[in-house]
Write a protein that binds this ligand. Structure first.
Ligand code: AMP
Length: 187
């Protein structure tokens, strides 16, 4: 089964994605991690995206799509994809449908982890201390939240019509969210 985890930065997508990787023996597609890895490697792509990442702006669809296509079209990973942080815009949501269709797949579950700005700010500040992520200063957090709200509203509308769409309160404790996901998956 392919799963999309959807929700603002700090909603807990990464934590639940890691849980799901173990549960379904899946592959996490975290575009944020993949992009940070390009910067870490100091690749051409990394050099191109470092300012956008630092400022909390979205990286271009062209770059993001190239990275995710390699995984979607990998036959070893087919049907076990866990999307974390992608899609983030309506164009990416539509591109994802095309990539999945072209590779003979579909989205089986979309989980929207809904969480308010205050909770996110508290969580990201905590994570900043734990992981020392350079894009996690408060201004960047707020910018990322606002960018998210602006560009993902159409994605939310697009997905909320999908019968596989489920909204979960992202302010719940990690275990509670996991239990809700499990209940929807039925496994
Ligand atoms: P994340 O780790 O998912 O919170 O993403 C960190 C940063 O990576 C974002 O603020 C964006 O700059 C970039 N990014 C991650 N995923 C995407 C995406 N799907 N499209 C565009 N930019 C992205």
């Amino acid at each position: 089964m392919n799963i999309v985890l959807f929700g603002p930065p700090g909603a807990g997508k990464g934590t639940q994605a890691k849980y799901l990787v173990k549960k379904i023996n899946g592959f996490q597609i975290s575009t944020g991690d993949m992009l940070r890895n390009e910067i870490y490697k100091n690749s051409e792509v990394g050099k191109e995206i470092s300012n956008d990442m630092k400022d909390g702006n979205f990286v271009s669809d062209k770059i993001v799509n190239k990275l995710i296509k390699e995984i979607i079209f990998d036959p070893q990973k087919k049907g076990r994809l866990i999307f974390d942080g992608y899609p983030r815009s309506l164009s990416q949501a539509k591109d994802l449908d095309i990539f999945l269709n072209d590779s003979g797949q579909k989205i089986d579950f979309i989980f929207f982890l809904n969480v308010n700005k205050e909770t996110i700010i508290k969580r990201i500040e905590k994570r900043k201390n734990l992981e020392n992520r350079s894009d996690d200063d408060l201004n960047t957090i707020l910018k990322r939240y606002d960018t998210y709200m602006e560009t993902t509203k159409p994605v939310l509308e697009y997905y909320s019509e999908n019968p596989n769409f489920h909204e979960i309160d992202g302010a719940l404790e990690i275990d509670e969210i996991t239990n809700k996901i499990d209940a929807f998956l039925g496994v």
